[in-house]
Ligand binder design. Structure first.
Ligand SMILES: Nc1nc2c(ncn2[C@@H]2O[C@H](COP(=O)(O)OP(=O)(O)OP(=O)(O)O)[C@@H](O)[C@H]2O)c(=O)[nH]1
Ligand SMILES: [Mg+2]
Ligand SMILES: [Zn+2]
Length: 222
């Protein structure tokens, strides 16, 4: 008997992602998918980023977690609108979940949508959500071998952040080796070292400038 093969799950996801992308472009909303392991500092980065952009960019956020609304609650006071997606047992966001979230967001009133993906270094990488760019995040406390151990996030992302730099004096993290491994996996990839808890530091300012430039370049594309 011929064994049926179900191989259209990602194809369907990609179709919905394209329609999300078209909807966001039509509303002139630039979209970032932020990826990183559990606790690397994604929500802390976004809290500080939204506070910095308060009088400059209108930002919506969409946060994926298996359970709780804690991250969306943390971001709600800084964002035009925050939407939590509870994924239940699923360890990544998919395009259909983002499609549902878009119905809760006032797209006409946004310049930027940031999606905080589920804390996971593996499968979120494979799911197109309709974003313009993927930003990958590692942090010093995870260890300097994580880029090499999780190459797909490094090759897929458009910018890499290395967070929790304030802890460098307390940890043995070989920044040279980490940088070399990122460079080997994705030549030319921009790597910004920063502390999300120190938004006035130079690294954080580089991140803010990167976002500004990305949003502006998108605005001229549409
Ligand atoms: N020292 C230091 N701590 C940080 C920094 N960024 C985040 N943290 C701390 O790291 C912990 C996790 O931060 P979160 O922002 O919740 O991390 P997350 O990536 O959103 O976590 P999940 O959504 O659960 O995957 C918190 O205790 C933060 O205060 C940083 O730059 N330096
Ligand atoms: Mg979080
Ligand atoms: Zn998953």
């Amino acid at each position: 008997m011929k064994v049926p093969v179900v191989d259209n799950v990602l194809k369907l996801n990609d179709e919905i992602a394209q329609s999300n992308r078209a909807m966001l472009r039509a509303s002139h909303v630039f979209c970032i998918d932020l990826l990183g392991g559990p606790g690397c500092g994604k929500t802390t980065l976004l809290e500080a980023t939204l506070a910095k952009f308060a009088n400059e960019l209108r930002v919506g956020v969409c946060v994926g977690d298996l359970a709780t609304t804690r991250d969306a609650d943390r971001l709600d006071r800084h964002a035009v609108q925050a939407v939590q997606i509870n994924t239940g047992r699923s360890c990544h966001l998919d395009a259909n979940q983002v499609k549902q979230a878009l119905t809760h967001l006032p797209l006409a009133d946004l310049d930027l949508l940031i999606i905080e993906n589920v804390g996971n270094l593996i499968c979120p990488v494979g799911f197109d959500l309709g974003q313009d760019v993927k930003v990958g995040m590692f942090s010093l406390t995870e260890g300097d071998d994580k880029a090499a151990k999780h190459p797909s996030i490094v090759t897929a992302c458009d910018l890499m952040l290395l967070n929790k730099m304030d802890l460098a004096p307390h940890l043995t993290f070989d920044r040279e080796q980490f940088r070399d491994e990122v460079g080997r996996l994705h030549p030319g990839l921009r790597l910004i070292e920063l502390s999300s808890t120190d938004p006035n530091d130079a690294g954080f300012v580089h991140w803010l400038n990167w976002v500004r430039t990305a949003v502006q370049s998108q605005a001229t594309l549409v």
